[in-house]
Write a protein that binds this ligand. Structure first.
Ligand SMILES: Cc1ncc(COP(=O)(O)O)c(C=O)c1O
Length: 371
């Protein structure tokens, strides 16, 4: 509890398990993102990391007016928080097509953008938006190595972009490429790994422009390749990292070059001391993401701690200093993966100068908000 980055004056007043967000750190992460991108207008942060209206407000107050989402609920959370430019970088299928149409109708002052990677998805989106009073901007989702969604940036992609241009209710709006598979620790290696994907995106862009089609934006990547994409000077580049807004122990360990600090920390208490050298914390997998397998968190101030069994509300820890930790003792832990951890909490305490100054709702943890 005495990590100088995370001061807490009155730990006895905090519920556990809970999520604490340190305001000075989240602000400095956002400032570092703007500096790295070369301007707030070159950023489109992914809100899936936090799902919080207050963080949309904070981003907007710093001049970040573009947002990326994975779900309709996240898109609605951003629009209802005053965001006016929202890209859903996830395939919209099934009843979500009608929800997307309702979202566009419900928030007329927000521009919503979608992605497609298949002619069938483009046709379904076009049909779903039949009643809209203006066309919706659609980006091609490109597959550049992630092996998850997206169309390879070749002939079929060019044909699909032409189809988007030809279909009613859709406007071609650029290219979306996520290279989250790139995990090299060294930035020089990461830059090298990202180069072929970036070249393919640019080759497709040049081809589409030569076909007479507009390509107003290239939405690129996440946190690991953010420093690489930030160097791209092509007009219309938007970097779309998400995790670094709050950052976490996983990325801090894997990518030591990144100038971000974990801003969201778990507050936990010892609930039991079942045997010498062992404690049990109230940090089950309903409080910290079960992804990744293995070390799900880093306990602060408990050197040599090893994590044992975890169930819904319990986490067993073995540590040389465990015997001194009576039931009720508070501890802090940095989650390895902050995005799914946030989604387990309905709100987070906001800390500033050691005091609780607010509570921020994790509104888009819900699958449905309004539409
Ligand atoms: C499509 C897409 N864009 C951006 C991001 C943000 O990446 P990161 O969490 O590395 O910041 C993600 C993360 O999952 C993603 O799936």
């Amino acid at each position: 509890m005495n990590d100088p980055r995370y001061p807490i004056r009155n730990p006895d007043e905090l519920l556990s398990p809970s999520l604490l967000i340190f305001l000075d750190i989240v602000r400095s992460n956002l400032d570092a993102m703007i500096a790295m991108a070369g301007g707030a207008d070159r950023l489109r942060p992914h809100v899936k990391t936090h799902k919080m209206p207050a963080l949309v407000h904070l981003a907007e107050s710093l001049g970040i007016h573009k947002h990326k989402c994975a779900t309709i609920a996240e898109a609605e959370m951003v629009a209802s928080s005053g965001g006016t430019d929202v890209l859903i970088g996830y395939p919209i299928v099934g009843p979500n097509l009608a929800r997307f149409a309702r979202l566009i109708e419900a928030y007329p002052s927000t521009t919503f953008r979608a992605t497609v990677d298949h002619p069938e998805s483009a046709r379904a989106l076009s049909a779903a938006l039949g009643h809209a009073d203006r066309p919706t901007s659609v980006l091609l989702d490109l597959e550049i190595g992630m092996g998850r969604t997206g169309i390879a940036p070749g002939d079929e992609a060019a044909a699909l972009y032409q189809l988007v241009a030809d279909l009613p209710n859709l406007d071609p709006d650029g290219l979306h490429a996520y290279d989250g598979q790139i995990r090299d620790k060294d930035l020089v290696d990461r830059r090298q790994s990202a180069a072929p994907g970036l070249e393919a995106v640019h080759a497709l862009r040049d081809r589409l422009l030569a076909m007479g089609l507009p390509v107003p934006r290239l939405v690129l990547g996440g946190t690991p390749t953010f420093p690489v994409h930030a160097e791209v000077r092509t007009p219309g580049v938007e970097c779309s990292p998400g995790t670094c807004v709050l950052h976490d122990a996983g990325y801090a360990e894997k990518f030591p070059d990144l100038p971000f600090t974990p801003a969201a920390v778990l507050f936990t208490r010892v609930v039991s001391q079942p045997r010498p050298g062992r404690i049990c914390l109230d940090l089950g997998h309903k409080a910290v993401a079960a992804d990744p397998a293995g070390a799900r968190l880093t306990l602060l101030g408990l050197p040599g701690a090893t994590l044992g069994g975890q169930s819904e509300e319990h986490l067993v820890v073995e540590a040389p200093g465990a015997d001194g930790l009576m039931p009720g003792t508070p501890l802090l832990a940095i989650p390895t993966h902050i995005c799914p951890t946030c989604a387990l909490h309905s709100w987070a305490y906001v800390m500033d100068g050691g005091e609780v100054v607010d509570r921020w709702e994790v509104k888009a943890r819900a699958r449905v908000i309004g539409v």
